[in-house]
Design a protein around this ligand. Structure first.
Ligand code: 5GP
Length: 115
């Protein structure tokens, strides 16, 4: 069995990070290295899907739940407008292979395009 992902370890409390919102199947935290005034991560509780392509193919309802939670946290932490980024694959900047959405908000500049 592979090691639990860093996000699974946050979900189980092994690594401390405040869970700022959750639904039945997804949760949100603040990014530890923010690239925008508001930089949140929305993460399925399951680590089954490594990226958004797998998630969309395997469980589109869960992808919709992630998008819905992103909208909710963007409203709660900023004005409700946001950029949603799924880095996909190492060449796309992905470093954690447990699918997650970056929610960027609160005054964006070009640097935040990198997620
Ligand atoms: P990726 O590069 O895979 O798209 O995004 C992974 C994100 O997870 C990065 O933006 C990184 O800053 C964030 N991250 C990595 N480790 C931790 C952690 O322990 N706590 C939190 N809150 N964020 C983390």
């Amino acid at each position: 069995m592979s090691e639990p992902s860093i996000f699974t370890r946050i979900l189980t409390g092994e690594i401390p990070s405040e869970i700022i919102a959750e639904t039945e199947n997804a949760f949100a935290i603040r990014d530890i290295a923010p690239k925008a005034p508001v930089h949140l991560l929305v993460i399925p509780k399951t680590a089954e899907y490594r990226d958004v392509v797998q998630l969309a193919a395997g469980d589109p309802a869960l992808l919709a739940e992630v998008v819905s939670l992103a909208q909710r946290v963007a409203s709660e932490h900023s004005d409700g407008d946001f950029r949603l980024v799924f880095n996909t694959g190492p060449g796309g900047g992905q470093t954690v292979f447990h699918v997650h959405a970056h929610v960027l908000a609160g005054g964006l500049d070009e640097a935040s395009l990198r997620g």
